[in-house]
Design a protein around this ligand. Structure first.
Ligand code: THU
Length: 141
């Protein structure tokens, strides 16, 4: 797994963050099982609730392009023009990951540079998660 390249893609994705309300800029890079990288940024809205996180932007892009299984996601965030700070995915994003990823195998890369990152499994960040397997006895995707 080329974590460094995935971190670099997340850092680039953050450049497109549309976050005039929070001024918290987030980028994500999602690696599919087929080896494609989908980038996402947070996209906020004047009505607030339509805003979407960088991670879910990346998932929605990928799934709408026909990708259903994923290996890893890198996430970077930080306020405005300041330094990157460790940014962990929100609960909604963890649940979306649960829909499309194996909790024991999917890797979540959190860091502040291409040299400084930590890798977690989805299971570590979402213990006892509820997913498709709870509703159906076989994989649906
Ligand atoms: N945000 C993300 O995009 N991903 C995260 O992991 C945490 C939060 C966004 C949502 C909102 O646009 C801004 O950061 C502040 O919460």
């Amino acid at each position: 797994m080329d974590y460094r390249a995935l971190m670099e893609a997340a850092i680039q994705a953050r450049e497109n963050s549309y976050s005039p309300y929070s001024d918290y800029r987030v980028g994500a890079a999602l690696l599919s099982d087929t080896g494609k990288v989908f980038r996402g940024c947070n996209v906020e809205n004047a009505a607030f609730s339509p805003g979407i996180c960088a991670e879910r932007t990346a998932f929605v892009k990928a799934v709408s392009e026909g990708e259903h299984r994923f290996q890893a996601i890198a996430i970077v965030g930080g306020a405005g023009a300041g330094d990157l700070e460790l940014t962990a995915p929100c609960g909604l994003c963890r649940q979306v990951m649960m829909e499309f990823c194996d909790p024991k195998a999917f890797e979540i890369v959190l860091g502040t540079s291409t040299e400084d990152y930590q890798v977690f499994t989805l299971e570590e960040l979402l213990p006892l998660g509820f997913g498709p397997k709870n509703l159906r006895k076989q994989d649906v995707l």
